[in-house]
Design a protein around this ligand. Sequence first.
Ligand SMILES: NC(=O)c1ccc[n+]([C@@H]2O[C@H](COP(=O)([O-])OP(=O)(O)OC[C@H]3O[C@@H](n4cnc5c(N)ncnc54)[C@H](OP(=O)(O)O)[C@@H]3O)[C@@H](O)[C@H]2O)c1
Length: 273
Amino acid sequence: MNEHNPQGRALITGASSGIGATYAERLAQRGYDLILAARDPGRLEAVAQRLRRDTGVAVDVLSADLTAAADLERVVQRLRDDGRISMLVNNAGIAASGPVVGADPRETAAMIALNTLAPTQLALAAASAFAARGEGSIINIASVLALAPELFNGVYGATKAYVLNFSLSLQQELAARGVRVQVVLPGVTRTELWSRSGTDIASLPAEMVMDVDEMVDAALAGFDLGETVTIPSLPDASEWEALTNLRRSLAPRLSLAHAAPRYARVAADLVER
Ligand SMILES: NC(=O)c1ccc[n+]([C@@H]2O[C@H](COP(=O)([O-])OP(=O)(O)OC[C@H]3O[C@@H](n4cnc5c(N)ncnc54)[C@H](OP(=O)(O)O)[C@@H]3O)[C@@H](O)[C@H]2O)c1
C-alpha cells in the first residue's frame, strides 16, 4: 500500500465518462490515488487534470481498449505489479439495444469481451495480488438486467448475469483472505451508455431513470455498509434477501441421482408404448 496514502490506489475502468468518472471523483474525494483506464486518452486526461487540481490526489491514466488482448494484458500487468493498488472498480461496459437475432456478430462479440472477459481477467489479477497482501476491494458493475433478462437486449443482460454470478462466487472464495467483493446492480442511469447504444434516454419513463451522482453515492453507501450485492433502486433490501434465500434453498435438490418424478413418469410411459 502507498506509504504516503493510507487509502492506496483505485484502478477504475471506463473512467472517462458516466459511472466510472463519477467513481473517480468520489474516490478522489475519499483520498484514493487513482489509475483511470478507458480508450480515449484526451477524455481520461481531462478527468485526471480536474481531479488532481480539485482534490490533490495522484492520478495516472491508462489508455487501453479492453477488448484488445494486448491492451487488456497491460492493465492486468499493472494490477499485478503495482503494490499500492488497493481497489479495482470493474466498470467499463457497453450495451446494445434491440433484438439479439440479426445483430452485428462483431459488435456482439465485443460486448461479451468487454462486459465479461475483461472484468474477469482484471478481477482475477486483483484478487491474486490483494489476497497475497490480505486486503483489497473489488467492485464489479453489473446491472439490474442480470435479474430481468426479458426487459432488454438478451446478450447484454446475460453479460451482466455473468458478472453477478462471478462476483457472488468470488466473494465467497475471497472472504476468508481479507478481500472484499461488491457487485452493483444499477437500474437505468443517466449516462452516455444510452446514446452510445442507440436509445434516447428521454424515451424512457422519467421515474425509472436515476442521476449518475445519486447512483454512485448509493453504491458507495452500500460498500460502506459491507454489502456484497447493492441494488441502488430497490427500496426494500429484504426482497433481495428473500430471493437469495429461496435460490439457496434449492441447492440440495438441484443435483440428485434420479430424475424428478414428472420426467421419470413420462419416460416410463414412452418405454411402455
Ligand atoms: N447507464 C446505465 O443505465 C447502466 C445501468 C446498469 C449498468 N450500467 C453499467 O455501468 C458501466 C458504466 O457505463 P456508463 O453507464 O457509465 O456508460 P458510459 O458513460 O458510456 O461509460 C462507459 C465507459 O467505458 C469505456 N469503454 C467503452 N468501451 C471500452 C473499451 N473497449 N475499452 C475500454 N473502455 C471502454 C468508455 O470510455 P472510452 O469510450 O473512452 O473507451 C467509458 O469510460 C457499464 O458496465 C454499464 O454496463 C450502466
